[in-house]
Design a protein around this ligand. Structure first.
Ligand code: ATP
Ligand code: MG
Ligand code: FE
Length: 339
């Protein structure tokens, strides 16, 4: 089964050809980050315009790079939410137009299901699985009963972790998106500030990052007023230590509770070196009866891309979950898919 997939939910336009939900035959990612950087975040109208400018050419490019034509495509997949409505609409319209013109069936994919299924492009997922989904708009612990039935067991009460990285990055003068740079800085500093680890000991799988963000910003402003300069590497290391402590602790607690066969990480923040290393160490220390497979997606598949959408779409294809031409963008689409 060969799927052509579209992703345009935010500031990346991407197309990919994915075979059997696990083999990336081609992947094209057109990023718009440069256009948004001077605004310090994503500007929806600018995003839509960029998507519409590149989507046709990158469709052709994905087919060419995979050395296939429309005749070889079994399904067309597209992210229909969550995300920016105008941005989503470009992908959804392109996919619907292609489906109508070719008669190839259409599959609508949840963007977060896609992030989680990026793991399937690295190794086979054994179920039940548990996913730590960490991205610009989401921080969730998700239980996967099988490839299409997900249940959210933990969620953030306020900011998403990627969003927190971007906000504290801005205070340090780092360009949007700041996560990668803060991660690099963190490895050059020490946890000297001991920022709060909210909800870490609470008996649930939820998160809160707004207190950490405020503590960080207050520390910086206070030093500014006193004309003191703080070590940016130590600030980054202290922020990251707090984030990683909370995420790792809650993820391990959920693993102990749910006994999954596979642990997955998904989303842009899954590229974080500190988090990846810490999770590997924590999982090694589990008692030996936890025979847990760990799948961390390749770095280039953590951020937004269409290959992950093709992977998730394959699972929906196998269940006969097709969309028709009434498929619409749903900016606030939410897991779970329990039905
Ligand atoms: P969502 O997927 O929740 O709808 P999104 O698509 O905007 O939101 P992604 O593209 O998956 O989010 O991830 C982008 C986020 O990942 C940004 O906030 C970015 O700062 C963060 N990020 C990227 N690399 C790293 C890293 N190495 N460490 C921490 N954060 C990172
Ligand atoms: Mg993005
Ligand atoms: Fe995303």
């Amino acid at each position: 089964v060969r799927i052509l997939a579209y992703e345009s939910s935010c500031d990346e336009t991407s197309t990919a050809v994915v075979k059997n939900g696990c083999e990336v035959e081609s992947m094209v990612v057109a990023t718009q980050i440069k256009s948004h950087q001077r605004f310090g975040g994503v500007v929806p109208e600018v995003a839509s315009r960029h998507h519409i400018e590149v989507i046709s050419q990158i469709t052709t490019k994905a087919l060419e790079e995979a050395k296939v034509t429309w005749k070889n495509i079994d399904a067309i997949a597209v992210t229909y939410g969550p995300g920016l409505v105008g941005a989503l609409l470009i992908g959804v319209s392109a996919a619907k137009a292609a489906s109508m013109a070719t008669g190839i069936p259409l599959i609508g994919v949840d963007h977060i299901m896609g992030h989680i299924m990026a793991a399937q492009l690295t190794a086979k997922i054994d179920y039940p699985a548990l996913a730590l989904q960490v991205s610009g708009g989401h921080t969730e612990i998700v239980l996967l009963k099988d490839a299409t039935h997900f249940e959210i067991v933990g969620d953030t009460r306020d900011d998403a972790v990627g969003e927190a990285y971007d906000k504290i990055g801005r205070v340090l003068g780092v360009n949007y998106p700041a996560g990668k740079t803060i991660d690099e800085w963190a490895h050059r500093g020490q946890d000297t500030f001991n920022f709060p680890r909210a909800m870490m000991e609470d008996d649930n799988y939820d998160f809160s990052f707004s207190g950490l963000k405020s503590a960080f910003i207050n520390t910086c402003h206070h030093a500014d007023q006193l004309h003191q300069s703080l070590n940016k590497y130590d600030l980054a290391a202290s922020f990251q230590a707090a984030v990683v402590d909370v995420l790792a602790k809650k993820a391990i607690r959920a693993i102990k509770q749910y006994h999954p066969k596979t642990f997955i990480m998904g989303g842009g923040v899954a590229a974080n070196r500190g988090l990846r290393d810490r999770m590997k160490i924590e999982i090694k220390q589990l008692p030996s009866n936890f025979d847990l497979k760990v799948i961390l997606p390749e770095l280039k598949l953590c951020g937004d891309n269409a290959a992950m959408i093709g992977a998730a779409a394959y699972n929906l294809y196998n269940e006969g979950k097709f969309a028709d031409l009434s498929l619409n963008a749903d900016p606030s689409l939410e897991l779970p898919y329990a039905d």
